[in-house]
Design a protein around this ligand. Structure first.
Ligand SMILES: N[C@@H](CCC(=O)N[C@@H](CS)C(=O)NCC(=O)O)C(=O)O
Length: 218
């Protein structure tokens, strides 16, 4: 890739994190620019039609939506992290979408203001995890077996936040899901995943969600 690449980011965003993992997996050099989402700069609002991160600037071209960004990066840097079979590829895309829905559910759970709200979101989240557990390859270690894929890059941010909850707040979210626990362990030990967040990510996220009124992190 000849053009310079800039990723516009917010330090705690799981969708940006997916793109960072993909960039690192693919060995693509990039610059990262952090913005404050509660005070979005004018230059960002000018280039971002949704006002959301991630945004990837490749030369003068602007891309948005993490799934689109990741597919582009995957296409221009073979070998692909998608399966070649069209049906299997479509199935992977569907599960990436599903993981996005689970991330929103997880955010609502973290931001619940009281015990009742937390329990309601936790139960929905656990149901969501149960469906994911059924999809994971029996032997692992990755979502689809021995090949690391874009579904793994999409799942890592969810598992990182789940670990933060389980180890700091005894939420036991993965307790009933051995395949998800194994997936989480291998994902969070992978170099690209470890390097995909700022060094003080866990503390930073706990402090921010606590300041915003999270019941579970209080
Ligand atoms: N579907 C989008 C979701 C991105 C997203 O929700 N980003 C959040 C931060 S994690 C954001 O920029 N929110 C700012 C806003 O909604 O104003 C993607 O996959 O890129």
């Amino acid at each position: 890739m000849a053009d310079s690449i800039e990723l516009i980011s917010f330090k705690l965003c799981p969708f940006v994190q997916r793109s960072v993992i993909t960039l690192l997996e693919k060995g693509v050099p990039f610059d990262i620019t952090y913005i404050d989402l509660s005070n979005k700069p004018d230059w960002f609002l000018k280039i971002s039609p949704t006002g959301k991160v991630p945004v990837l600037r490749i030369g003068d071209t602007v891309l948005f939506e993490s799934a689109v960004i990741n597919e582009y990066l995957d296409e221009v840097t073979p070998p692909s992290l998608h399966p070649s079979d069209p049906l299997e590829k479509a199935r992977h895309r569907a599960w990436i979408e599903y993981l996005s829905t689970l991330l929103m559910n997880q955010y609502r759970l973290i931001m619940a203001r009281d015990k009742a709200g937390f329990e309601q979101e936790r139960d929905a989240f656990l149901d969501g995890l149960a469906r994911l557990e059924e999809q994971l390859d029996d032997d692992g270690p990755w979502f689809a077996g021995i090949r690391f894929s874009l579904v793994d890059t999409a799942g890592a941010p969810l598992m990182m936040r789940t670990r933060t909850l389980d180890r700091n707040f005894s939420t036991e979210l993965l307790k009933a899901y051995p395949k998800l626990q194994r997936w989480s362990d291998v994902l969070l030990a992978r170099e690209s995943v470890k390097l995909s967040v700022v060094e003080d990510f866990e503390q930073l996220s706990i402090e921010r969600y606590r300041a915003q009124g999270s019941w579970v992190m209080a």
